[in-house]
Ligand binder design. Structure first.
Ligand SMILES: Cc1ncc(COP(=O)(O)O)c(C=O)c1O
Length: 359
């Protein structure tokens, strides 16, 4: 991950006369002209009073699309996950998730500081958990064991390379957990990518989860915002915890206007990002020193082992940045490429050319 100075140096790259190809994340997308117009024209009100019509519309549409009672707009995916965890758990409980999961590694231990829980992680090479693994980690009824309060799955799994849960695998985990009275949350930051890869509606692949968080501000291209969907009672509680975390916003319809376009229109183009990711994977796998199995690339994220280049990943990413390609460093040997709507096939071809030159 980057220091602040490195982030600033990379930002300088993106503003050069020929903007860099930015494959660091799908969070770098900029709102489309249609989104900017909608933001400009948005009808707004005070959302803490429930009076912002554009927020209300977005929440209503998200609930409809996921076939749930209700939804709530939150500023970030991290806040959505934190709220869900708070509602599902009690202090002193454990949460089972995959070892490289976002809630465990990249949310500032909020599940500990806000909800008083800890993680019981399970490693799985492709990030996909199976019930046989999960069941071994559920705490027995012994009184001195911290009890399992929640299972949290990530679909797609970011750090495992955008991998997708087969629906029946996720559903078995939900069904078996529910038999034991344990709720299951979905960190679905990129659940529309998962739905695209599976060729199924998001409502179908998420129906067994107790709550779902998804992001408008990643592959869907909105500038800000995520949603939490679930039962009416769950969303009523979420509204209180959102306020407690300082996430009660006022004329937030400005953001929801872009969010509505992200939700309604942008899922239909995600297959382009997936095709570009597969192209990148196929080309990168031919470059000596880089290790990636193109068969594992299902959506828009590539996790690449560069240890064969004898370059540390920060060195590697710096050299690429000097030539106009930005990618992410995960650790000393692993880097991440993420395709998104602001990078077309020609930009991906340029990216490959730059990697070849550096390696
Ligand atoms: C899988 C996953 N969950 C949650 C988040 C958090 O989203 P945000 O950056 O909006 O807090 C991210 C962000 O990258 C993510 O990749």
């Amino acid at each position: 991950m980057y220091s602040r100075a490195e982030v600033q140096a990379q930002a300088a790259e993106t503003t050069k006369p020929f903007p860099a190809v930015d494959l660091r994340s799908d969070t770098v997308t900029r709102p489309t002209p249609e989104m900017r117009r909608a933001m400009f024209e948005a009808e707004v009100g005070d959302d803490v009073y429930g009076e912002d019509p554009t927020i209300n519309k977005l929440e209503h549409r998200a609930a409809e699309i996921f076939a749930r009672d209700a939804a709530i707009f939150v500023p970030t995916g991290s806040m959505g996950n934190s709220i869900a965890i708070k509602i599902h758990t009690r202090p002193g409980q454990e949460i089972i998730c995959e070892e490289r999961g976002h809630i465990f590694n990249y949310e500032m231990a909020t599940l500990a500081s806000f909800s008083g829980c800890m993680v019981r992680p399970i490693y799985s090479e492709l990030g996909i958990l199976h019930w046989e693994q999960v069941k071994k980690k559920i705490a027995g009824p012994t009184y001195y064991l911290a009890q399992t309060g929640l299972l949290s799955l990530e679909n797609t799994h970011n750090m495992a390379g955008g991998t997708v849960y087969p629906t029946e695998v996720a559903e078995e985990i939900c069904d078996r957990a529910h038999e034991r009275g344990i709720p299951v949350h979905l960190d679905g930051a990129r659940v529309f990518n998962a739905a695209t890869a599976l060729g199924k509606p998001v409502a179908e692949i998420t129906k067994k989860f107790d709550s779902v968080m998804f992001c408008l501000s990643k592959g869907l291209g909105a500038p800000v915002g995520s949603m939490l969907v679930g039962s009416r009672d769950f969303i009523d509680q979420a509204r209180k915890y959102r306020k407690a975390l300082g996430g009660g916003m006022r004329q937030a319809g400005i953001l929801a206007a872009a969010g509505l376009i992200a939700l309604e229109k942008m899922p239909a183009r995600l297959h382009e990002d997936h095709a570009n990711a597969k192209f990148l994977a196929a080309e990168l796998s031919k470059i000596p020193g880089l290790k990636i199995d193109p068969a594992t690339v299902q959506t828009n994220i590539l996790i690449v082992d560069i240890s064969g280049t004898n370059l540390a990943s920060n060195d590697f990413t710096r050299r690429l940045a000097e030539k106009g390609l930005l990618i992410g460093s995960v650790n000393n040997e692993i880097v991440r490429f993420v395709t998104h709507m602001d990078v077309d096939r020609a930009a991906c071809e340029r990216a490959i050319q730059i990697v070849r030159e550096v390696v």
